[in-house]
Unconditional design. Structure first.
Length: 382
């Protein structure tokens, strides 16, 4: 008995050590592994459709699905990233040369405000144009400089980037082809009951699809609409502002209005009435309704986490995991809620089963006393 316990503990220790070592080996390319897994989950229905069409030839189906992913996902994202870096570089140069002066824009807005509004801003120290301009310029230059230096950093790390990209495509192909078999093995290895595994894996798949296919799709649409209206109104850097609106659209209770709202106020303050009216109407009706109409369709009402949970988990995920945190944060939050819900349900079931048989419960009902006999596995009988 002692040898058997020692053997089990030794095996568990070995299992933990090799698992930690494996994670450390994969850590340098965790982004490639993560997105390969995410894309495989999202495009698994397409893979099954091609398998049925190609007489269960999984390799051919995976190849066709991978080519479609390259065309509709990876290639557009790469082109957008390149254009964004170029536009960020241009904005950084304009701020450095002084051609883009946030202080003058802010001063025009303050001067156009009524006296009571200017007095209110004075209490918070927001009428100090020089100070506010310095803070805004520093933030804008930091963000633009980040985008501008990305081109150089990508050039320096081209080999590492290409290796990670190749690993993602290579892993994606095999996960598309053998994903169901891999998922079945992982499911068997998880040391939980079948009900727990079914619930947690279902929640994992649902949240991944909802976050990537739903929330990111809605954010991309809102960003595209915002960039389009900025371009129509002749605002410079429409692509950059559109991407910023797309990013903010991922955060509930924040949204793209943090970008187009101040611009509409600036138009109104400087006398550009029709531009302010067009931007406000387009932002409130078109961009705003895109979220209310498309999100329930693409995400589903039953799978949506509370807005405050999505907001906090997304911000926390961004702080810890960078861009990948848009998916990792809500995913961890959803699994956290699912796990604790299962734990609470299990405790409730255990407490119900633990009630002794033939126990008599007396509950007052009005002026009478109702006596109910409880038996295990049976409801109350008259």
């Amino acid at each position: 008995m002692f040898n058997e316990n020692l053997e089990n503990k030794s095996f568990l220790l070995l299992l933990a050590l090799v698992s930690v070592a494996f994670v450390m080996i994969m850590l340098p390319f965790y982004g490639a592994v993560f997105w390969g897994t995410i894309l495989a989950i999202i495009f698994q229905p397409m893979q099954r459709g091609f398998e049925a069409r190609f007489n269960q030839r999984r390799g051919l189906a995976a190849t066709v699905t991978l080519l479609i992913i390259l065309v509709i996902v990876i290639l557009p994202v790469s082109l957008l990233a390149g254009a964004l870096v170029q536009e960020g570089t241009n904005v950084y140069q304009r701020i450095s040369t002084g051609s883009l002066d946030f202080g003058s824009y802010l001063e025009q807005v303050i001067n156009a405000l009524p006296s009571f509004a200017r007095e209110l801003l004075e209490r918070f120290g927001l009428t100090d144009v020089a100070g506010v301009q310095e803070r805004i310029s520093e933030g804008a230059m930091a963000g633009s400089q980040f985008l501008a230096t990305k081109a150089f950093s990508i050039g320096q790390n081209t080999f590492q980037f290409l290796i990670g990209f190749a690993i993602m495509l290579y892993l994606l192909f095999f996960l598309l082809r053998d994903g169901r078999q891999v998922a079945a093995r992982v499911r068997r290895a998880i040391p939980l009951g079948e009900v727990y595994k079914q619930h947690l894996l279902s929640k994992f798949t649902t949240v991944v699809k909802a976050t990537v296919k739903g929330n990111i799709a809605v954010a991309a649409i809102q960003g595209a609409l915002g960039g389009f209206i900025f371009w129509v109104l002749g605002l410079q850097g429409a692509l950059l502002w559109g991407v910023l609106m797309a990013v903010l659209s991922l955060l509930p209770a924040v949204g793209a209005s943090l970008i187009w709202g101040p611009v509409a106020i600036y138009f109104l303050a400087t006398g550009a009435i029709w531009q302010a009216a067009v931007l406000t109407a387009f932002g409130a009706v078109v961009i705003g309704l895109a979220d209310n109409v498309l999100r329930p369709i693409l995400v589903g009402k039953d799978t949506k986490l509370p807005d405050y949970v999505v907001l906090i988990s997304t911000l926390g995920g961004l702080a810890l995991f960078g861009l990948n945190g848009f998916v990792i944060g809500p995913l961890i939050a959803a699994l956290f809620i699912a796990a604790w819900s299962l734990y609470a349900e299990a405790r409730e079931e255990h407490e119900v089963v633990a009630v002794p048989a033939e126990e008599v419960l007396q509950e007052p009902l009005g002026e009478e006393v109702v006596v109910v006999e409880v038996e295990q596995g049976k409801g109350p009988e008259g």
